[in-house]
Write a protein that binds this ligand. Structure first.
Ligand code: NAI
Ligand code: 15L
Length: 269
């Protein structure tokens, strides 16, 4: 615990060079004493109050070093789309194990884990899913995120490391298609979600869907109310334009039937 007014002394942000990492990097910095940013990609120079450390998640020694002195982690790093299994194993499965093992060894208290809606992508779009329902991954990527959630559950049950698993929907500047009218998470709501997950006094092991306050949704976050996430944006202002771009839907298309959209058909590679 920091002696300053911040909840966390040193916060680690992995995947800091990625799409969401670049959004969260400047927004997390004011909320901790030191923000350590990490990725395989280009991170630029350290700003005031930042530490820059490159690391490949599958490199156990590098990840052990990365977690030194870290109170909490926002773990965004890894492969973020459906890809060949061998690549996913390295970044998302071995990488997640290395992260939790390093967190255990260094006494890290809390991890905010970027999971994905693709953990439950094979539920239909006419079903409502809550975080207590069985997983139905829609590919190897979704399977790797389900593994991450199980790992988090185990490290909480055995070692008391708290995790909030964020089953992020679609976090982009704007929703891009009809599916994203349900799944969209604005960047401001992403920040609210991550901060609620870090700031909530007790989270234990929690799973929550990351979506804005959209009108028509497939996910029910009631079991995760304790996280205290209150989205303030909505996809509704984008509805008319998106629906006019996609007037007809092929109701036999698995990408239209299932929540995971195109991910349910991705590959083989
Ligand atoms: P991204 O692909 O833009 O960023 C991921 C970052 O992880 C990249 O900068 C990449 O260099 C880094 N990375 C990949 N493999 C690595 C490895 N082996 N070692 C170290 N770093 C590695 O993805 P984005 O969109 O920023 O997503 C961030 C996280 O949120 C990901 O875990 C993704 O699965 C998850 N997510 C994102 C969603 C979205 O709508 N953007 C939706 C659901 C989940
Ligand atoms: C994800 O998990 C991906 O990381 C992101 O790029 C989007 O495709 C998102 O899911 C989605 O389902 O829209």
């Amino acid at each position: 615990m920091s002696s300053s007014t911040h909840l966390y002394s040193r916060l680690l942000l992995t995947g800091a060079a990625g799409g969401l990492g670049r959004v969260l990097r400047p927004r997390l910095k004011p909320r901790c004493d030191v923000l350590r940013v990490s990725d395989l990609g280009q991170l630029g120079d350290a700003a005031a109050g930042e530490e820059v450390m490159s690391a490949a998640l599958q490199d156990r020694a590098a990840v052990l070093h990365l977690l030194e002195g870290v109170d909490a982690v926002v773990h965004l790093g890894g492969i973020s789309t459906e890809q060949p299994f061998d690549d996913i194993v390295q970044a998302n499965i071995i990488g997640a194990y290395n992260l939790y093992e390093a967190a255990r060894q260094h006494g890290t208290r809390r991890i905010v884990l970027a999971s994905s809606n693709h953990v439950t992508g094979f539920y239909r779009q006419d079903e409502v899913v809550d975080p207590t329902m069985p997983v139905r991954p829609d590919g190897y990527y979704g399977i790797s995120k389900a593994f991450g959630e199980n790992l988090a559950r185990f490290y909480f049950d055995r070692y008391g490391i708290e995790t909030v698993c964020l089953r992020i929907g679609s976090s982009f500047p704007e929703p891009k298609d009809r599916r994203m009218l349900a799944t969209w998470l604005s960047y401001d709501d992403l920040e609210r979600l991550v901060w609620a997950s870090l700031n909530s006094p007790v989270v234990g092991f929690s799973v929550i869907y990351g979506m804005s306050d959209n009108h028509h949704v497939w996910w029910d976050n009631t079991p995760a109310k304790h996280v205290g996430f209150k989205p303030q944006d909505s996809s509704e202002p984008f509805r008319a334009a998106l629906e006019s771009q996609q007037l007809k839907l092929d109701l036999q298309d698995p990408a239209v039937i299932y929540q995971g959209g195109g991910f349910v058909k991705a590959g083989p590679f």
